[in-house]
Design a protein around this ligand. Structure first.
Ligand code: UN1
Length: 509
C-alpha cells in the first residue's frame, strides 16, 4: 500500500488539528510535525492543545459521562464490539501507519492492531461480568453487597513505542466500565493518535453516542500536566519512563487521584543448562531486537549458566548476523529504525559508557549509513559482556543493546534477575521443573510478568500487564485490571424493623 493511500484511508491530512471531541477536531496551538524515522519524510503536522482547548475537552467529556455512566454496561460493550469490528477493517492501513510513523516492523505494527482487536473482544465479554461480591451480614435482616460504578474521566498518557495499542487497552476497558477517555498520545506519533480518534469518532457518530466519550489532546509534557493536575480527571493511566511516572505519580497523589503506572523495564532471561537452544535463541533475539529494543518488555539482559556460557555466547553472536535491518515496511527486514536521533544518541552514549568501563563488546553497535539509511535512525543491535551492578546495566536504555553475564547457582541467577530497580518482565529457559518452580515461587522473580520458555516481550492481552518496583505497580488489560477503572461501593441494606448495630453495640433511645 502506498503511504498516501494509507493516510487517506485513515482520514489523515497533511495539516491536522490535534484536539478532538469525538470527530470534532479543533485547536490552534503550536504546530507539531511528524517525520518518519523510516525515510525522514514528513508525514504531516498537527496542532498542540492549549489550556482553552483543554477546558472545552473536559466539559464535553463530563457531559458525555453523565449519559454514558447510566447506559447499561452490555450496551456499552456493544459499542466496543463495533469499534473492534472497524479496527478489523482498518488493520492493514493502521498497522502500516504504525510501522511508518514509529519504525517497528510491519508484522509488529499489524500485531499491535491485533492487540487492539483482542482487547475489544475481551472488553465486550467483560461488559457482562463487572461482578461485585455479596457478603453475609452479621446483623439480622440485613443484606450486604458491593458494586462497581464508573469512575469518570480517564486520562491516558501513552508512549511512542506502542502508539495505538496502549490507548485501546485503556479505552476498551474504561468504556465498558462506563468511563469517558481523554488521550494524550506521544507527540512523536501524532498521526497514529489522530487515525485512532477518527475510527472511534465514526462509531460514536453512527451509534448516536456523545462525542465526548473519546477525546484527544496533543502536545508535550505540559499538556499532560493539564490532566495530571486536574481533579476532574479521576484516573491517570500513564505509560512511559520511570522519570515521567515519578512526576505523574506525585502530582496525581497530591490531589488523591488514582494512577495506573506502566513504566520502565529491565527484563532478563535466565538461560539454564537444560534450556532448549533453538527455543532460547529465537526468544532471546526477538526479545532483544524486536521493535529495535524499544518495548518496555524488551530483553535487556541474558543471565547464562557458566557451563553453557561459551556455547550460547557463540550462538547468539551468530544469530545476530542473521538480523536484517532496514525499511520496516519491507517484510524481509527484522528490525527498523529507532524513533529519532535523540534515541540514537542515547544508544551511542550507553555503548560509550560500556566501552569506557572496559567491557567487552561482542557484537559492535553503530549507526548504519548509506542507501536506505538516510534518516540516520538505523542502528546495529549490539551485545556487551557486562556485570549486573554496572550503572549502565541498571538503567533502561530504549535501544537494541543486550548485556550478557554468567551465573553459577539458580539462587544467584534469580538474585541477578531481581537485582535492578525495575520489575516488569522476566523469563527462565529450562526443562527442569525445580528450577522453573523456584523461579515462579514467592522467592523467585520479583517481576509483574514471569515466563518459562518464552521471551520477555509479547504478552497476550488476557493476562494483567504491568510490573513492580520502578515499573510503577499498575496492571492493564486482562484479568481483573478493569477494577482500577471503577469505584467500589459497599452497600448494606436493612429490611428489618429495628436497628441492630454492628459489633454488638447497644444504643437504645
Ligand atoms: C510496551 O512496550 O509498552 O508484551 C507494551 C508486549 C506487548 C506490549 C508492550 N504486548 O511486548
Amino acid at each position: 500500500m502506498q503511504i498516501e493511500n494509507i493516510l487517506q484511508s485513515l482520514g489523515l491530512n497533511s495539516e491536522n488539528q490535534g484536539t478532538a471531541v469525538g470527530g470534532r477536531f479543533f485547536g490552534s496551538g503550536n504546530k507539531i510535525h511528524s517525520f518518519s524515522p523510516v525515510d525522514a519524510k514528513k508525514i504531516g503536522s498537527t496542532s498542540s492543545t492549549t489550556q482553552q482547548d483543554y477546558e472545552e475537552v473536559v466539559n464535553a467529556a463530563l457531559e458525555a459521562f453523565a449519559v454514558w455512566r447510566t447506559t447499561p454496561a452490555p450496551v456499552r460493550g456493544d459499542m466496543v464490539r463495533k469499534f473492534g469490528d472497524r479496527l478489523r477493517e482498518k488493520k492493514a492501513a493502521l498497522g502500516a501507519l504504525v510501522s511508518y510513523e514509529m519504525g517497528k516492523s510491519l508484522q509488529e505494527g499489524l500485531g499491535e492492531v491485533q492487540e487492539m482487536i483482542d482487547i475489544c473482544e475481551f472488553a465486550v465479554g467483560l461488559s457482562r461480568q463487572l461482578y461485585g461480591l455479596t457478603m453475609h451480614s452479621e446483623r439480622p435482616s440485613h443484606r450486604m453487597y458491593e458494586q462497581y460504578h464508573p469512575l469518570g474521566i480517564v486520562g491516558i498518557i501513552s508512549a511512542f513505542n506502542f502508539p495505538v495499542a496502549v490507548w485501546s487497552w485503556n479505552t476498551a476497558l474504561a468504556w465498558v466500565c462506563g468511563d469517558v477517555c481523554i488521550w494524550k498520545g506521544s507527540e512523536k506519533t501524532p498521526m497514529c493518535s489522530i487515525a485512532c480518534q477518527n475510527i472511534i469518532a465514526e462509531i460514536l457518530q453512527e451509534e448516536g453516542l456523545p462525542a465526548g466519550i473519546s477525546c484527544l489532546i496533543t502536545g508535550d509534557y505540559k499538556v499532560g500536566e493539564l490532566m495530571t493536575k486536574d481533579h476532574r480527571v479521576a484516573l491517570i493511566s500513564a505509560t512511559g519512563s520511570t522519570r515521567m511516572g515519578r512526576i505523574v505519580g506525585q502530582t496525581v497523589a497530591e490531589r488523591f487521584g488514582k494512577t495506573l503506572l506502566e513504566l520502565g523495564g529491565n527484563n532478563a532471561m535466565i538461560i539454564t543448562p537444560s534450556a532448549d537452544m533453538k527455543v532460547t535463541l529465537t526468544a532471546a533475539v526477538f526479545g532483544a531486537v524486536g521493535t529495535a529494543g524499544q518495548r518496555c518488555t524488551s530483553t535487556r539482559r541474558l543471565i547464562i549458566h557458566t557451563s553453557v556460557y561459551e556455547k550460547y555466547k557463540e550462538a547468539i553472536v551468530n544469530a545476530y548476523k542473521q538480523v536484517r535491518i532496514g525499511n520496516p515496511l519491507d517484510e524481509n527486514n527484522h528490525m527498523g529504525p529507532l524513533i529519532d536521533k535523540d534515541a540514537v544518541s542515547n544508544y551511542l552514549q550507553t555503548i560509550e559508557e560500556a566501552k569506557a568501563a572496559g567491557n567487552t563488546i561482542l557484537v559492535e553497535g553503530g549507526v548504519l549509513e548509506g542507501a536506505g539509511y538516510e534518516s540516520g535512525c538505523y542502528v546495529k543491535p549490539c551485545i556487551i559482556e557486562a556485570q549486573n551492578h554496572q550503572a549502565f546495566v541498571q538503567k533502561e536504555t530504549f535501544a537494541p543493546i543486550l548485556y550478557i553475564m554468567t551465573y553459577e547457582s539458580i539462587d544467584e541467577a534469580i538474585e541477578l534477575q531481581n537485582g535492578v530497580p525495575q520489575g516488569l518482565s522476566s523469563t527462565i529457559m529450562t526443562n527442569d521443573l525445580r528450577e522453573s518452580e523456584q523461579f515462579l515461587s514467592a522467592a523467585g522473580s520479583d517481576c509483574g510478568i514471569a515466563n518459562v520458555n518464552i521471551g520477555t516481550s509479547g504478552a497476550e492481552i488476557g493476562g494483567a500487564f504491568g510490573g513492580e518496583k520502578e515499573t510503577g505497580g499498575g496492571r492493564e488489560s486482562g484479568s481483573d485490571a478493569w477494577k482500577i477503572y471503577m469505584r467500589r461501593q459497599t452497600n448494606t441494606i436493612n429490611y428489618g424493623r429495628s436497628v441492630p448495630l454492628a459489633q454488638g453495640i447497644k444504643f437504645d433511645l
